[in-house]
Write a protein that binds this ligand. Structure first.
Ligand SMILES: [Zn+2]
Length: 426
C-alpha cells in the first residue's frame, strides 16, 4: 500500500513537472487566412474541434497550464479568444466570425522560437486562375510579381538598431509596385501584401497563377560581419553559391519556411524532374538577363556589394518556368545600410533603378503578345544610352523632338540612365 501511494505520488509529481506551459499567442492575418501561433514550453498533446452555431474552434491541451493571458484584437477571422485552465488541462476557444477551414500542427524549436502549436484558419478563396485566352490576349501588359521576403512569424534579418527585414522589404516592394504600375505596358503583382508568412512554393505558385513574366524577390539580409554593405542581384544556382555571401544568404533564406511554420518536402519522379530541369534552364537564361539588367541599372546610383551579381541555391527562386531574380537591397546588419533602407529618398532611388532595369530587360527580351513586344517591333531602331549621351543630342542626331522620344518611350523626365534602351522611330 505504501509503495502504491508513493508511486501514485511520484506519478502526480511527474505530471505536475511535465505540464506544458502555454506561454502566449501571436496572430497573423493574410488575404486568405489567419494563423494563430501558441508558444509552448515543451511538446504537447492536443485535440482540436470545429463547432458550428456559433462558429468556433476548440483546442484542448492535456498536461498543460496557461501562464499568460491570450488576447486577439480587431481580427478579420477571430472575434474573441476564451480560455480556461484547470487540473492540468487547458481549453482555448476561438470564436470566429465565419465558419473556416482549420488546419493545425505542432512545430519543434527552431532559431529563436521554441515549441509551437500552429492553427491555420483558411478562408478557402478560390484562386483566380487566368484562362490561357486571357493571358494570350494581344498587347497585354507584362506582369511583374514582386515578393517581399519573410513576414508574420518570420521577421527575416534584424538590424543593429532593431529594424526588421520583413518590414523594410514590404515597404520597398510596395514602392516598386507603384513605379512599375506607372510604366506603360507593365503591371505589378504584389505577392505578400501585409504582415503574414507565405511558404516559398506558394509564393511562386501565386505568381504563376497570375501569369507573371518575371518574379522579383525583395530582401535585405544580414551577414556575420557588420562591415559588409551594398546591394546585389541573385539568380538560382542549384549546384551552389558563387560567393561566401551568397552561400550565407541562401542558408538563412531557406530556413525561412521552418521559422514560418512549413516543413519542406519535395520529391519528384524522374520524368517530372527532367521536365522541371528543362523549363528551369530556359527560365534561368531569362533570369540571368533580367538580373544583369537590374544590376546594371542599380550600379549607377546605388552602392553594390562586390560586382552586385551572384548565384546561390535559393528555394524561393526555384520556379521552373517563371524567370526569377532576388534583389538584396542592402545588408540590414550594416548600420549604414539599415538607416538607408528606412530612408524614403533612398527607397525612391533604389526602386527607380530596379524599375528601369526591369523595363530595359523586357524591351531587350519581350514576352510575345505584349504591348512591349509590339513597341519593340514597330520601333526598330534601338539606342542604348552611353555615358555622356543627352536626350537633346539623341533627338537632334535622329531628326526628331525630345518630346517625341519621351512619348515613344513613356518617359516623363529628360534624365537618361547609362544602359537604358531608347526606341526611336524607324
Ligand atoms: Zn531575407
Amino acid at each position: 500500500m505504501r509503495k502504491l501511494l508513493t508511486s501514485l505520488l511520484m506519478l502526480l509529481i511527474s505530471v505536475a513537472v511535465q505540464a506544458t506551459k502555454v506561454e502566449g499567442m501571436r496572430v497573423w492575418t493574410g488575404p486568405d487566412h489567419t494563423r494563430a501561433v501558441f508558444d509552448l514550453s515543451a511538446d504537447a498533446e492536443y485535440k482540436l474541434f470545429e463547432l458550428q452555431n456559433p462558429p468556433r474552434v476548440v483546442i484542448d491541451l492535456d498536461k498543460s497550464e496557461l501562464t499568460s493571458n491570450l488576447v486577439v484584437k480587431n481580427n478579420k477571422d477571430i472575434k474573441k479568444v476564451r480560455f480556461s485552465s484547470e487540473k492540468n488541462k487547458v481549453r482555448i476557444v476561438l470564436d470566429l466570425h465565419d465558419q473556416l477551414n482549420t488546419k493545425s500542427f505542432l512545430l519543434k524549436p527552431t532559431g529563436e522560437y521554441g515549441h509551437r502549436l500552429v492553427v491555420d484558419l483558411n478562408r478557402d478563396i478560390k484562386p483566380q486562375i487566368k484562362t490561357i485566352a486571357e493571358v494570350a490576349k494581344p498587347n497585354r501588359d507584362v506582369i511583374v510579381a514582386i515578393d517581399a521576403g519573410h513576414g508574420g512569424e518570420d521577421p527575416g534579418a534584424i538590424g543593429p538598431s532593431g529594424t526588421y527585414e520583413k518590414v523594410v522589404v514590404l515597404n520597398i516592394a510596395k514602392e516598386l509596385a507603384k513605379k512599375i504600375n506607372a510604366q506603360k505596358g507593365m503591371k505589378a503583382l504584389i505577392i505578400r501584401t501585409g504582415d503574414y508568412y507565405i511558404k516559398h512554393r506558394k509564393r511562386f505558385e501565386k505568381a504563376r497563377q497570375e501569369g507573371a513574366d518575371l518574379f522579383v524577390s525583395i530582401h535585405a539580409d544580414a551577414f556575420h560581419s557588420s562591415k559588409v554593405n551594398g546591394a546585389s542581384v541573385y539568380i538560382l544556382n542549384q549546384r551552389g553559391a558563387s560567393s561566401e555571401a551568397g552561400k550565407w544568404l541562401a542558408n538563412s533564406e531557406n530556413k525561412s519556411d521552418l521559422i514560418g511554420g512549413v516543413v519542406i518536402e519535395e520529391k519528384r519522379d524522374m520524368l517530372s524532374q527532367v521536365l522541371y530541369d528543362l523549363s528551369q534552364n530556359a527560365a534561368l537564361e531569362e533570369s540571368h538577363k533580367a538580373a544583369k539588367s537590374v544590376q546594371g541599372s542599380l550600379k549607377q546610383v546605388v552602392k553594390l556589394h562586390g560586382t552586385g551579381f551572384g548565384q546561390a541555391n535559393f528555394l524561393v527562386l526555384k520556379s521552373p518556368d517563371v524567370p526569377s531574380i532576388l534583389v538584396e537591397t542592402g545588408y540590414i546588419s550594416n548600420p549604414g545600410d539599415e538607416k538607408k533602407l528606412k530612408d524614403p529618398k533612398h527607397v525612391d532611388k533604389l526602386t527607380r533603378q530596379i524599375t528601369a532595369g526591369i523595363r530595359a530587360y523586357f524591351y531587350q527580351s519581350p514576352p510575345p503578345n505584349t504591348w512591349i513586344a509590339a513597341q519593340a517591333k514597330s520601333k526598330k531602331i534601338k539606342h542604348v544610352v552611353q555615358s555622356g549621351d543627352t536626350l537633346s543630342d539623341i533627338a537632334s542626331q535622329n531628326g526628331i523632338s525630345m518630346a517625341e522620344i519621351k512619348s515613344i518611350n513613356n518617359k516623363s523626365s529628360n534624365r537618361l540612365l547609362v544602359g537604358e534602351v531608347l526606341y526611336l522611330p524607324n
